[in-house]
Design a protein around this ligand. Sequence first.
Ligand SMILES: NC(=O)c1ccc[n+]([C@@H]2O[C@H](COP(=O)([O-])OP(=O)(O)OC[C@H]3O[C@@H](n4cnc5c(N)ncnc54)[C@H](OP(=O)(O)O)[C@@H]3O)[C@@H](O)[C@H]2O)c1
Length: 247
Amino acid sequence: MKDHISSVIITGASGGIGQALARRFAREGYRLFLHACRHMDLLQQQAQDLILKYGVPVFTLQADLSHYADLHQMFQTILQEDPAPDCLINNAGISFFSLLQDAQEADWDRVMNTNAKSVFGCCKEVLPSMLRRHEGSIINISSMWGCVGASMETLYSASKGAVNAFTRALGKEVAPSGIRVNAIACGVIDTPMNDVLNPEEKQSLAQDIPLGRFALPIEVADLAWYLAGSQSSYLTAQVISLDGGYL
Ligand SMILES: NC(=O)c1ccc[n+]([C@@H]2O[C@H](COP(=O)([O-])OP(=O)(O)OC[C@H]3O[C@@H](n4cnc5c(N)ncnc54)[C@H](OP(=O)(O)O)[C@@H]3O)[C@@H](O)[C@H]2O)c1
C-alpha cells in the first residue's frame, strides 16, 4: 500500500491520445503533470476541466522535447514536487509522410529528435527519482510501424523502431531496480494525427483492419492505465500491439 497519491507525467497531453490519457488517469485519482508544446491554451483549459470534474491536482508544463535543454528544464520543475512521479508516459510525437528520396537531413533530425531522442531524455531525467524509491512505470506510446515498417513512412518507422528497441533494453536494465518499462505499439488511432487522410482514405484504411475501425484514444489510455500500476506488476520490457488485428 502506497503512502502517497500516485502521479503521472504525460507528454503530448494536448493531442488526441494525450487528452484521453489525462482523463483516464484523472478518473483514477492520479496527480497529473501534463505537457504540451504549441497548444498551451488547450492544455490549460483541459487542466481546468479535470480539476473541476475529478478534483485532482494538475500541473501544466511547456517544452519542445526535441531539444534536450528544454526537456531538462521541464524536469527540473517537475522534480521539485514531492513526491516525484511514479509513472512517465512518453506520448509526444509527430508523423512524417514522404518518399525517402524527398526527405531531407533536417526531416530525419526533427522526426528522430521528437519521437526517439525525447524518450531517451525523459527516461534519463525521471529515472534517478524512480531508482531512489525502487519503483516506477514507464510507458512509451509507439507504433506498429516501428515493428514492421511502413512505405512512405521510413523516418517515422525508424523513430518508433528505436523506441521499441529502447523499451526492451531499458526494461531489462532497470527491472532489478523495481522499475518497469513497456511500450504500446498503436495501430491506427482516431486522432488529429490522421487528418492528413481524406474521408475515402480513412474508410479504405479502416476496411483493412480486421476489427473494421480505427481505435479510440480511450482504448490506448485503458491499456496505459493497466501498464501503469500494480495490476501489471510482472509485465516489463514488452512492446504490446494495440492494432485491431492489423499486423
Ligand atoms: N494517431 C495514431 O494513429 C497513432 C498511431 C501510432 C502511434 N501514435 C503515437 O501516439 C502519440 C500521440 O499521437 P496523437 O495521435 O495523439 O497525435 P497528436 O494529436 O498530433 O498529438 C501529438 C502531441 O505531441 C506533441 N508534440 C509534437 N511535437 C512536439 C515537440 N517537438 N515537443 C513536445 N511535444 C510535441 C503535441 O504537442 P502540441 O500540439 O502542444 O504542440 C501533441 O500534444 C505519438 O507518439 C504518435 O506517434 C499515434
